[in-house]
Design a protein around this ligand. Structure first.
Ligand code: BDR
Ligand code: CA
Length: 302
């Protein structure tokens, strides 16, 4: 079976991605590490435990990671995910934080700002060589930002961390970038049928997703979502790629890096299609099997 380690800032699409992994056959989720991002680190830990509880998987260890980016201040994405990160759909039975844990061929899936991963490789430079592959939702390929003019949230929330990770994780690297996820939205018709499944997981998802669906449909956020309408479950693409090797049907293979300074471009991903950069190359998702994706999303709520 595939062994996955997940690094999340558990917002609504992280929840969907985690549920996708937990429902996948032949996948063992070894643990989940939490990092600041969509909301505070404390909320991220709570949310992760809530998602595991909704899936009856509280035995999976959850770890508390970095609360702040390497430089600068925290971002948050309450306008999209809700202030608490999970749609402000309170849960009186949420598991307590006392469940948090102190501490082969494993793949790592990061769907959050990359602070934990950057700190981890500084503490143990041999870590990347122990990984089968690293899958990241983050960065952009057309300079379209969703957080700053040119910055995608996970890279913009900690540009130095993204820089370190792209430079120092010398293992196969797969990227689900922002514009790609926008070009592959889930239609509203699909979402309706997906959420109407008669299961506790679907009812849990229907509660936490409401806020994000309203944000997706709102006039002010429409421009962010690049093309067309529908729900963008960004993190689930990185997870689906980690779960199923045949999910990606076409990818670009270019050196990638991140802007650390620039009047408008701090946090923007650079993809060198010309050949100037000596940086290692990443596989940048271009086409994926959307039928498979929908099946995995449906299975996630079964
Ligand atoms: C990323 O930012 C977060 O809000 C989402 O969970 C996703 O990881 C999209 O830019
Ligand atoms: Ca995320």
């Amino acid at each position: 079976s595939k062994k996955l380690l997940l690094d999340v800032d558990c917002g609504v699409d992280d929840a969907q991605a985690i549920m996708l992994a937990l429902a996948a056959p032949n996948v063992e989720v070894l643990g989940v590490t939490c990092v600041h991002g969509n909301t505070t680190l404390e909320n991220v830990c709570k949310n992760t435990l809530r998602v595991l509880q909704a899936c009856n998987k509280l035995e999976i260890p959850v770890f508390k990671g970095a609360a702040k980016p390497i430089l600068g201040n925290n971002l948050s994405a309450g306008h999209f995910h809700g202030e608490d990160g999970l749609g402000d759909a309170p849960d009186p039975n949420a598991p307590g934080l006392d469940r948090l844990q102190e501490e082969g061929a494993v793949s790592l899936v990061a769907t959050a700002p990359l602070t934990n991963l950057a700190l981890a490789v500084r503490l143990d430079p041999s870590l990347p060589s122990k990984l089968r592959a690293l899958y990241i939702m983050g960065g952009n390929t057309e300079s379209r930002g969703n957080t700053t003019v040119c910055g995608e949230f996970n890279f913009a929330a900690d540009p130095e961390a993204a820089y370190i990770v792209l430079k120092d994780y010398h293992c196969p690297l797969y990227l689900a970038c922002w514009e790609f996820t926008c070009y592959n939205k889930l239609s509203w018709e699909f979402c309706e049928a997906w959420l109407a499944q008669d299961t506790d997981k679907a009812r849990f998802m229907a509660r936490i997703i409401r806020h994000s669906i309203e944000a997706c449909k709102s006039e002010s956020l429409q421009k962010e979502f690049v093309a067309g309408t529908g729900f963008v479950s960004c993190d689930s693409y990185a997870m689906a790629a980690a779960v199923d090797d045949s999910f990606i049907t076409e990818s670009d293979h270019y050196p990638v890096s991140v802007e650390l300074t620039g009047t408008h471009t701090r946090g923007m991903m650079i993809m060198d299609t010309v050949g100037f950069l000596k940086e290692r190359k990443a596989f940048i998702m271009k086409k994926v099997d959307m039928e498979k994706f929908k099946q995995m999303m449906i299975a996630a709520l079964k």
